[in-house]
Design a protein around this ligand. Structure first.
Ligand SMILES: [Zn+2]
Ligand SMILES: [Zn+2]
Length: 294
């Protein structure tokens, strides 16, 4: 049974291209290519792609730049993807605390402390939407605070620096993570999402459900389609200022990987940029900034 669970979870991870709950699902990659074309067009128009001889690369040679895809850093990303399939998603994830048990614990604590509600505060009709947003915010805040700790606490940085050691960014850099780094994030995210579940359960009086598309929270699904995979790429795509005040753009995460000290510890968020703005770690470039990674 245990070995079977390892096999099932490892296989799910390694089938990421076919899995809508994975951030490198095929459709998310296709939408990223479409948005990459937009980013490429802007860079070309503004002359940022012009080489010494005055030439500009075509879209496909820019997208599949040999210096990126054949680089040792990209080969390492691939090894992390494969190794984490077995080590983290296969083995370690079997030992991580489950969110269901925690949810029941939190719910019992709420009911024990405040007593049962005579009337639900959240009606059935609103519960679906409120829980969908609440769990998204809980996951996102969980990722933000963990990421902040991974940058500020030297012991955690030892593990997190693996992600920042990438000298070239490709969608696979997402998986360039030390298993301990992944486990710390998973623990905090599970804790906070269980709290969101318990909170909405208590206030609505019924087990909440989230709006999902193909098994993924509808808002995360939409966010992944907004060029999620360009955040680990060379393609600069920044959102308009008003949208950047709400969401982290691909360019903003590239800045997070920048080797320039003025960019250190900036843009730690996953989906929303509000946490970065609240805690003073937000950085938005006014225009394109050439970056070196690693
Ligand atoms: Zn980081
Ligand atoms: Zn990254």
């Amino acid at each position: 049974m245990f070995v079977e669970s390892i096999f099932v979870d490892a296989t799910k991870h390694l089938s990421a291209l076919l899995d809508p709950t994975s951030r490198i699902w095929g459709l998310y990659l296709i939408s990223s290519v479409v948005l990459a074309f937009v980013g490429y067009g802007h860079l070309k128009r503004d002359g940022h792609l012009t080489k010494a001889g005055g030439e500009q690369p075509g879209f496909l040679s820019y997208l599949f730049d040999k210096d990126i895809w054949l680089h040792a850093s990209t080969r390492q990303d691939m090894l992390y993807f494969l190794a984490n399939g077995l080590i983290f998603y296969g083995l370690i994830s079997q030992f991580l605390v489950g969110s269901f048990g925690l949810s029941i614990l939190f719910y019992s604590s709420l009911a024990g402390t405040f007593g049962g509600l005579d009337e639900p505060i959240i009606s059935s009709g609103w519960s679906l939407l409120i829980y969908s947003v609440a769990v998204l915010m809980a996951i996102d805040f969980g990722v933000y605070v963990t990421h902040l700790a991974q940058h500020k606490i030297p012991l955690l940085w030892q593990f997190h620096q693996v992600h920042h050691s990438a000298e070239r960014l490709t969608p696979l850099t997402l998986f360039r993570m030390h298993p301990v780094d992944l486990a710390v994030t998973a623990f905090v995210v599970t804790l906070l999402s269980a709290a969101a579940y318990a909170g909405v359960f208590y206030l609505s009086g019924e087990p909440p459900r989230a709006l999902t598309v193909l098994g993924l929270n509808v808002f995360l699904f939409a966010f992944n389609l907004l060029g999620y995979n360009l955040r680990h790429s060379q393609i600069w795509l920044d959102y308009p200022a008003w949208l950047s005040r709400v969401l982290i753009s691909p360019a903003q995460h590239q800045i997070h990987h920048s080797a320039d000290p003025k960019h250190f510890d900036r843009n730690l968020g996953l989906v929303f940029s509000i946490w970065d703005q609240l805690y003073g770690t937000h950085y938005r470039a006014k225009s394109y900034e050439p970056l070196t990674f690693g």
